[in-house]
Design a protein around this ligand. Structure first.
Ligand code: 6PG
Length: 272
């Protein structure tokens, strides 16, 4: 059982206009992964030094794979893995051994190569009769970890889809309106269609969010997500801008190609 950490009574702040467009433009996926891995390793190290333990949410999809390999190799020694608690932001409702499983990807690329105690690793369950029952079970797991009323992850890694989705929060989905539950079952427009996902309040309660976007196919979505106040019903990844913590957008040149104006200012290193 993890040592209890006292957190301020973290009530999710009401959604409000927030800039949160700290866009870091990197040469390519390799450069993005190295810079993001450096930042994540540094944050984990800082949190463990100050709070004793660090909770991290892993992203699914392909983009974070290089980052996972780097955390398991180049940055392995910089992280006190025994003090790290690992969770997932979403999962495809497939067995853990399925090649499409986000758990399997992270296990093979990262967790099999670092001394993180198995008791600290909390994959989303996919063996329940219904995905909703699995979502409720994972919420119990999070509630056991976070004794206060709202989860307050230290580090959250996210990807972004071509349609602007993040985790398994898809444009216009009912899951976006969820205000009380921490984890819900969701429907994806692509196979595997049944998903589990944390909800917007969980993402906006995080201390440090890192969103990874690589390739030209993500440029349009990133443009919309960073534009104006961020229409997060149409482009759910924009919802993280409503959060109380820091948000860093890691993009390679192709993915950042359509980001404009004030965001371009950030591109040349002027964090706003
Ligand atoms: C998933 C993810 C999803 C992913 C985006 C981007 O389970 O698919 O959690 O939100 O991050 O779809 O995926 P790629 O990185 O593969 O482009």
């Amino acid at each position: 059982m993890r040592p209890k950490r006292s957190h301020p009574e973290a009530q999710p702040s009401p959604p409000r206009l927030i800039v949160k467009r700290d866009l870091r433009v990197c040469a390519d996926l390799a450069d993005l992964s190295r810079q993001a891995a450096e930042a994540v390793a540094e944050t984990i190290d800082d949190v463990v030094r100050t709070a004793g333990t660090c909770s991290i949410v892993l992203a699914g999809g392909k983009t974070p794979r290089t980052l996972y390999r780097l955390l398991a190799s180049q940055f392995r020694a910089r992280i006190a893995w025994a003090n790290v608690y690992v969770f997932w932001g979403d999962e495809r409702y497939v067995p853990p051994g399925d090649p499409r499983s986000n758990y399997r990807t992270a296990k093979e690329m990262l967790l099999d190569h670092v001394p993180c105690p198995p008791a600290n690793v909390h994959p989303m369950p996919t063996h329940f009769q219904s995905a909703d029952a699995a979502a409720r079970e994972y919420e119990r797991t999070l509630r056991n970890h976070f004794v206060e009323r709202w989860p307050h992850f230290d580090v959250v890694l996210l990807g972004i889809g071509e349609d602007g989705h993040t985790a398994s929060l898809f444009p216009g989905s009912l899951a976006l309106a969820e205000r009380t539950r921490w984890v819900v079952a969701a429907q994806a427009p692509v196979e595997p269609k049944v998903r589990l996902t944390v909800t917007v309040p969980v993402l906006t309660g995080a201390a440090a969010v890192h969103v990874l976007a690589a390739g030209a196919t993500k440029a349009e979505a990133l443009r919309h997500v960073l534009a104006g106040a961020g229409d997060w019903i149409k482009y759910p990844a924009a919802a993280v801008r409503l959060g109380t913590g820091s948000v860093t957008w890691w993009a390679d040149r192709e993915a950042a190609a359509l980001a404009h104006g004030r965001t371009r200012a950030a591109m040349i290193g002027l964090s706003l």
